[in-house]
Design a protein around this ligand. Structure first.
Ligand SMILES: NC(=O)c1ccc[n+]([C@@H]2O[C@H](COP(=O)([O-])OP(=O)(O)OC[C@H]3O[C@@H](n4cnc5c(N)ncnc54)[C@H](OP(=O)(O)O)[C@@H]3O)[C@@H](O)[C@H]2O)c1
Length: 336
């Protein structure tokens, strides 16, 4: 039997229900993976609450990444072997004990990594890499401001900056996250206060690149702290995170109306730019995704940090913790 978490439709996270079904026949061009660990992403919360533009209409299984072992190989598949450990990305459908998938979306799991580390790798590391290299054009001497630096994408970005010789400056919302980051060897960490713009001005530091998935005042202040030729790369808006199981539409509308806006004429004069992306687009661009993964394989960074593990049945608790904004590193559901 396959166990999976499904919601009948987006809009209220409490509708997510654990279900069971029989295994269907394996399509001949796919491989079957026994899932051992599922990586949670902030996008899962936005998808379940209906605030994510890529959310499927109607019923769907959330989840964008997983790690496990190959159980079976379709008749027309030449790659991978039964028993091989893999990690994979999927455009939804990840919260499941078994996944049938096109092998192009799988990569071998390094021998020394746990399944949980594998489930913590693809989405957040690809996001960090795409933001830093493709859009951010990061250079070895760059000062890079990384928001939510103790989170999944943030931590991978901090490590990648160091590996590329750039200087990462992390921001977080609590002292406990800051001291944890310092213990990991990141010496420039800022605990954001309510007056972030003033805080940055007081610090007097300018940046060549900013990675932002918070939005609002934090984003605007960060743009203002860019050096000439600097880039602000935006890939999320955590300030819209609902406080409960459903979105607070009025609060979201207020934030939407107050969102920072950028004038291209001003950008020309100040010689600073804004770029943005949504990585789910890569799902359709397999060769681009594979070349990004290949580039990443050559960058020496340690295995992802799994900060929080939950049993598969505890998906609601895991999502609540992730949504609280208190997590460090990756939140993972484990199946064995
Ligand atoms: N565009 C894309 O393709 C793409 C791909 C992956 C991820 N993302 C985005 O990147 C961000 C990071 O994703 P992740 O999965 O790695 O999550 P994460 O960073 O592990 O967790 C989200 C973090 O957002 C911060 N945050 C700021 N305001 C918040 C609020 N009002 N409520 C809760 N948290 C808040 C918190 O850190 P601090 O409070 O310490 O800042 C929290 O830990 C998310 O916004 C996600 O949507 C975008």
């Amino acid at each position: 039997m396959i166990r999976y978490w499904q919601t009948p439709k987006a809009g209220n996270r409490s509708r997510l229900t654990l279900k069971e079904c029989e295994s269907p026949p394996l399509p001949e061009h796919q491989v079957r993976v026994r899932v051992d660990a599922v990586g949670l992403n902030f996008a899962d919360i936005f998808a379940l609450t209906g605030l994510y533009s890529a959310t499927p209409g109607g019923a769907f299984i959330p989840g964008l990444e997983f790690a496990g072992e190959i159980l079976e190989i379709g008749a027309q598949c030449q790659r991978f072997t039964v028993g091989q450990r893999v990690m994979g990305v999927t455009r939804f459908g990840g919260y499941s004990s078994q996944i049938d998938i096109d092998p192009d979306y799988l990569i071998p799991l390094p021998d020394q990594w746990s399944m949980a580390q594998g489930a913590a790798y693809p989405v957040q590391t690809l996001t960090a890499w795409y933001a830093l290299t493709r859009l951010g054009a990061v250079q070895a001497n760059h000062q890079v401001l990384v928001h939510s630096a103790a989170g999944g994408v943030g931590l991978q970005s901090m490590k990648l900056c160091q590996a590329l010789g750039a200087t990462p400056v992390g921001t977080v919302s609590s002292e406990s996250k800051a001291s944890w980051l310092k213990q990991q060897g990141f010496d420039q960490v800022l605990v954001r206060d309510r007056h972030f713009a003033r805080q940055l001005t007081k610090r007097g530091q300018q940046f060549d690149l900013v990675l932002d998935a918070i939005g609002g005042e934090v984003q605007k202040a960060s743009f203002n702290a860019l050096n000439p030729m600097g880039r602000l790369v935006v890939f999320g808006a955590a300030e819209f995170t609902p406080s409960g199981q459903r979105p607070d539409y009025l609060r979201a509308l207020w934030r939407y109306l107050k969102r920072p806006r950028y004038d291209v004429m001003d950008m020309i004069s100040s010689n600073r730019s804004v770029l943005a992306f949504n990585l789910i687009w890569l799902w359709e661009q397999k060769s681009e995704m594979q070349s990004l993964l290949k580039e990443l394989a050559d960058v020496p960074i340690p295995a992802p940090h799994v900060g929080h593990r939950f049993a598969f049945e505890q998906a609601h608790d895991a999502l609540s913790l992730l949504q609280s904004g208190q997590t460090i590193g990756k939140v993972v559901l484990t199946l064995r």
